[in-house]
Design a protein around this ligand. Sequence first.
Ligand code: 6PG
Length: 473
Amino acid sequence: MNTQLDLGVIGLGVMGRSLALNFADHGFSVGGADLNQAFVKLFADEVGDSSRGFTSTHDLATNLTRPRRLMIMVPAGKAVDAVLEELLGVLEPGDIVIDGGNSHYKDTERRIALASERGILFVGAGVSGGEEGARRGPSIMPGGSEEAWDEISAALHAIAADGPDGEPCCDWLGGGGCGHAVKTVHNGIEYAFMQAICETYALLKGPMGLDADAIASTFGSWNSGDMKSFLLEITETIFKVRDSGSDARLVDMVLDEAQQKGTGKWTAEMALDLGVPCPTLAEAVFARGVSSRHTIREALSSGHPNPTASDTNSLTVQDLRDALFATVVLSFAQGLDLIASASDVHGWGVKLERVAKLWRAGCIIRISFLDRISEAMRGAGSRHLLLDPWFADRVAEALGGLRRAVSAGALQGVGCPVMASALAYYDTVRAARLPHNLLQAQRDAFGAHTYRRIDRDGVYHTDWLGDGQTRAL
Ligand code: 6PG
């Protein structure tokens, strides 16, 4: 048996095993390692003869061709540190470690520095697409030690999903932790996209009174043209699944408490840290938080009734389609702005055009207009999506629907935090003048924090609450 395997995958849980089998399908001999013997057996039983399973990372590493290429697929956090520490004791300068989990980009930056002390090249690669994506073609977002790219690009390109033009949805994104930062923001957009669909469902079901079949066919009919997307596709299917133990649809029997593993929160934290406005992405995280406070919601649901029936307005299905479209576009706009700002601050060199390209297939947020986003981000200085004429026009057309959807939600007591925040974002980000002249005056009045004027340079302080005197500082 040829013991010199092409590459290794450490962690043979669902995602690791699926990726390892995907590599094997594409002609690579793969060493799969896991401490759990049952996982190793499952992998070894399914993979071809040229690949092998190991219960020891050390044994795996000694059976790889040089430079060794190892992909870590273990839960983010301490487990990645533990595997890396073990690997650093075995690997040699020039060997490559790829972390394919949902790691925090700051952890990735720390690991790149740690690995580079030993001459090891560390790559943080976001991988999206769930189990099916990992097995048949995920979207892969790699960044980190660029010298590694030549050695790993063929293997990653081989297993990645193909975009509509046949190009693999995997491309080098830049330095440092940018691969994991881009994946984190992908998930922030995923949270907002999913929440926007849920709010649309609430309005279709409540104010519009549609039943499950009509909701399924409505979502299905929207899943074409500019809104063709994975999330709409699965939503249509979900509404058709019947509960085996009752006459109900299964979705109606699911407890309405959303869980989360933390990447949406990381996106909001990143936005707050960098001062980038991503209110819609943050609202989607808070919306999951509200849903999980089930006991409080139950207690408050009596005694705080819905508005009276007369508080209604006319809302159409087309309005809701437009509201969803505008909210999703504005979520992408915020996420891309965040990636661009993070890249500027950290010096990663991420090109938004590439990010959009590798989200076109394989990942959870894939939607047909990503081709257009890639085009829109090509020109220098055009990094805000609303500066692109096509997106500006489409959002402007959809805005009446968004306004009516948010109004209907407000008037009828159906909370739509993500849609409302997208609308407020649009109305403020496009305003040449905001009321923050007053805010600056307030800060200066109570804290002497100073302000600048619109008609001349300089920094000023006024004794607003005293004699009204102004000093130039
Ligand atoms: C993907 C997903 C995936 C994520 C799940 C669950 O791109 O394949 O983003 O990485 O882990 O969607 O995330 P939550 O548990 O936070 O909803």
